[in-house]
Design a protein around this ligand. Structure first.
Ligand code: ADP
Length: 307
């Protein structure tokens, strides 16, 4: 095989109670990445279609992740990478992660699978570190493993794939502003009180349990964030109104996706998810804020080959 085309989806992280550790994989919205073997050694990004992103392999996360991957293996050829961006950077649904994870997945297939999914996560995290300043695997894990994932330790690379309850559907809406992960990390306080820590641990544990038991009342009660959401919400126009609208329309839960400005809601079925999208959209229209919204299944497969 000399060339491969993959679709690398967006992802929603934090899920209110799991800051930096929980995430799920979206469907249909993502990057399309073509990687072709070249006689010239090394990595080249020959095209990236949108958002003025760098083609320099030391500045584009795809180049950074790919270099981390091939640096210790002997190859007598190189790779050309072409990226069609389906996610705007800084939108809160893992634009950089889609490129980092997609490219390492594609190269692994081209070189006959020497690396495990966990090793691919480690390479993809190099791209994430470049843009956010620290290693985090909450976006790249659900892209590479599919469904819901929990990152217990980035250092030990202990990543757990969680159940994906049938019927669960996400609504995503993103007001058209850009928030850089690095900026939204700055508004998060570095200290937390014991009572908040206890509450957050209880919520996280209850949420994980609800994925196993498909107990949507428990899920609703546990997707709560009293630590980070209050600080980050001020960066997102109309956040609390949108949250209110989605809960009143039957959402199980609603919160900030990643570092925002995207907002996610989870629903029991497609009808409720679409109704929520319509109501969120009407609200943004009524206050003259441009937005982009869609409904997505929780994608169990993750990144996949399309050609
Ligand atoms: P997101 O959560 O959408 O990835 P971040 O703020 O974490 O948002 O990352 C976006 C930053 O990463 C931007 O500064 C962008 O220039 C940089 N970047 C480098 N390569 C890519 C890429 N292939 N796709 C998206 N963003 C990239």
């Amino acid at each position: 095989m000399d060339s491969i085309k993959v679709f690398s989806p967006g992802s929603v992280t934090n899920l209110s109670c799991g800051y930096d550790i929980l995430g799920f994989c979206l469907d249909k919205v993502g990057d399309t990445i073509t990687v072709t073997k070249t006689s010239e050694k090394g990595i080249k990004i020959s095209s990236i279609d949108k958002y003025n992103l760098p083609t320099n392999i030391n500045q584009n996360v795809a180049g950074i992740a790919a270099q981390a991957m091939i640096k210790d293996i002997k190859l007598d050829y190189g790779f050309d990478i072409k990226i069609k961006k389906g996610i705007k950077p800084g939108s809160g649904i893992g634009s950089s992660a889609a490129s980092s994870a997609g490219v390492v997945f594609a190269i692994n297939k081209l070189i006959d699978y020497p690396f495990s999914d966990l090793e691919l996560i480690r390479f993809a995290m190099e791209g994430e570190k470049f843009v956010s300043g620290s290693y985090h695997a909450d976006n790249v894990s659900p892209i590479l493993l599919g469904g819901f994932t929990l990152v217990r330790s980035v250092k030990d690379l202990d990543i757990i794939k969680l159940p994906n309850p049938k019927g669960l559907i996400a609504t995503i809406i993103r007001p058209e502003i850009e928030i850089k992960t690095s900026d939204s990390r700055k508004v998060v306080k570095s200290k937390v009180t014991i009572d908040k820590m206890v509450q957050q641990s209880a919520n996280l544990a209850a949420f994980i349990s609800s994925l196993y038991t498909e107990d949507y009342d428990l899920m609703s009660n546990s997707i709560v964030d009293e630590i980070i959401e209050p600080d980050r919400a001020i960066l997102i126009p109309e956040f609390y109104n949108i949250k209110d609208i989605s809960i009143k329309s039957g959402a199980i839960a609603c919160g900030i996706s990643g570092s925002g400005p995207a907002i996610f809601a989870l629903s029991k079925n497609n009808k409720i998810a679409n109704d929520i999208l319509n109501k969120m959209s009407s609200h943004f229209n009524s206050v003259n804020i441009s937005y982009n919204g869609f409904v997505s299944i929780i994608n169990s497969e993750g990144v996949k080959v399309i050609d």
